[in-house]
Design a protein around this ligand. Structure first.
Ligand code: ADP
Ligand code: MG
Length: 460
């Protein structure tokens, strides 16, 4: 059967082709709002609805890797989207046209360990096992584990705050998953403050306030995500206040997350903010370099992809403030390599991630490297490349010294900027510059000048 032929809908139960196209594009619109922009553009935008037959919506993808990726990462969202758009419980099957070879890959969603969404609204992929722990999140993770193991008995409420994409949702969902795995039948509920708000509005409109209240009355564990959303919503605050009191009084565990500590949430009523802060308040900081590397490695391993060290360093030195962005880079890179059919390299990363990294470039590190290169008559490529000359070594050592003392970077991270040089090389470089600085006043002056011209907060 030829390719064009195989695309034609068959059998009496088949709907017309344009219908599949339209339905799938509606599903895509649904997904666009629910999966990250990066993931959407990379994985979902290049797909197309083909047919609806035999209880399945068939979707064409560029290659089998896409089918794998989408079923593995977006199964829950996909199912919800298809149900919302078609009103039916259709399966989605993927077919990949391998550059005209006619290979068709069908895969039922859910065949692999797809994330499952159950009555608790917990996603199975968010576990403590898949959460990489480092200095930046150690306390938050330890507190979360303790709460999952002894709900209502250690820190109640637990309040976790931190910037966007740092793992708050992952952690609270892990609490829910872990607690449930220890106690089958426990009543745990995850909800985002925004969803709670929508439920509340609906309950008011439909006059179902009592059901709404009951839903939250006898829970053992409530995970309320993103409570900064309560800003300016008095009615919602009032509702949360009552839910909180009734659960807390009966010894149920409550966990909140927010992008800032309770007292900094604007217009949050004093009585609510003091309750939110009366247990343990912990923060999550942006991950340090080693943690960023570990996260990249772990995500690559989960996708059974080979991520060379130098590429992990390349990404981790450029993306510093959000795990979600780290993931976005990796996702893009894996797609690139799969489309290209070539292994991942730093050159490929430079090309594939150019637009993603434009805003993420760390200005001070680059300035230091550029300034040291020009002072010693080198190029930036020399500085970060393998070549060794005496002059080049000195230029690198000075740059390493400035990064350590003015940007407070770790030895390992600094090594990452210079083509993955090991931390003892960096330590040695810094000692050497320190030594020169004390022995040679003119060198010390040069160093000061460089520091002033390259680092934040100083005269530029
Ligand atoms: P937040 O809720 O703080 O905005 P998320 O929990 O949604 O952030 O995290 C964003 C993405 O980064 C998720 O895919 C999550 O699994 C991942 N992530 C965040 N922190 C970690 C970590 N420490 N280890 C592994 N993955 C992480
Ligand atoms: Mg979140």
């Amino acid at each position: 059967m030829g390719l064009a032929e195989s695309r034609l809908p068959v059998g009496p139960a088949t709907e017309a082709m344009p219908d599949a196209v339209k339905k799938w594009s509606d599903v895509l619109e649904y997904l666009r709002l629910r999966v990250g922009r990066e993931g959407f553009e990379t994985w979902l935008a290049p797909t197309k609805g083909v047919s609806i037959a035999g209880g399945a919506l068939e979707v064409e993808v560029p290659n089998p890797f896409f089918a794998d990726w989408i079923s593995h990462h977006y199964a829950a969202e996909l199912r919800a989207g298809v149900a919302a758009v078609t009103g039916q419980d259709l399966d989605v099957s993927f077919r990949a046209d391998n550059a005209g070879t006619g290979v068709v890959s069908r895969r039922e969603p859910g065949q692999r360990a797809a994330p499952k969404v159950d009555g608790y609204r917990l996603q199975a992929k968010y576990t403590f096992d898949s959460f990489v722990v480092g200095e930046s999140n150690r306390l938050a993770c330890a507190a979360s584990r303790s709460v999952a193991e002894k709900p209502g008995r250690t820190y109640n409420p637990l309040f976790i705050y931190g910037g966007v994409g740092l793992g708050k949702t992952h952690l609270v969902q892990a609490i829910g998953n872990h607690a449930l795995s220890l106690r089958q039948g426990m009543k745990a509920y995850y909800t985002a403050a925004e969803t709670l708000f929508i439920e509340l509005i609906q309950a008011i409109e439909k006059n179902t306030r009592l059901e709404f209240k009951n839903r939250y009355r006898d829970l053992d564990l409530l995970l309320l995500d993103d409570v900064h959303y309560l800003t300016g919503k008095e009615r919602l605050q009032e509702e949360v206040f009552y839910i909180f009191n009734s659960l807390h009084d009966s010894g149920s565990q409550i966990v909140f997350t927010s992008d800032r500590p309770p007292q900094d949430i604007p217009t949050l009523e004093q009585r609510l903010s003091s309750r939110m802060g009366q247990g343990l308040v912990v923060d999550i900081q942006p991950p340090e370099f080693e943690t960023r590397i570990a996260i990249l490695k772990q995500k690559a391993a989960l996708d059974q992809a080979e991520l060379p060290d130098d590429v992990a360093y390349f990404i981790a030195t450029r993306v510093r403030s959000s795990v979600r962005q780290l993931e976005g880079c990796l996702t893009r890179l894996l797609a690139f390599s799969s489309l290209d059919g070539r292994p991942i390299t730093v050159q490929m990363a430079e090309l594939a991630l150019k637009d993603l990294l434009r805003d993420a470039e760390p200005p001070d590190q680059n300035k230091i490297i550029t300034a040291c290169a020009s002072l010693y008559g080198m190029t930036v490529a020399d500085m970060t490349g393998p070549r060794r000359t005496k002059q080049l070594a000195l230029a690198r050592q000075v740059a390493m010294y400035l990064m350590r003392f003015h940007l407070k970077l770790s030895y390992k991270e600094i090594g990452g900027y210079f083509g993955d040089r090991d931390h003892t090389t960096v330590m040695h470089a810094i000692e050497k510059v320190e030594d020169l600085r004390t022995k040679d006043p003119s060198f010390a002056t040069k160093l000061d000048k460089l520091a002033k011209g390259t680092t934040r907060g100083e005269a530029r």
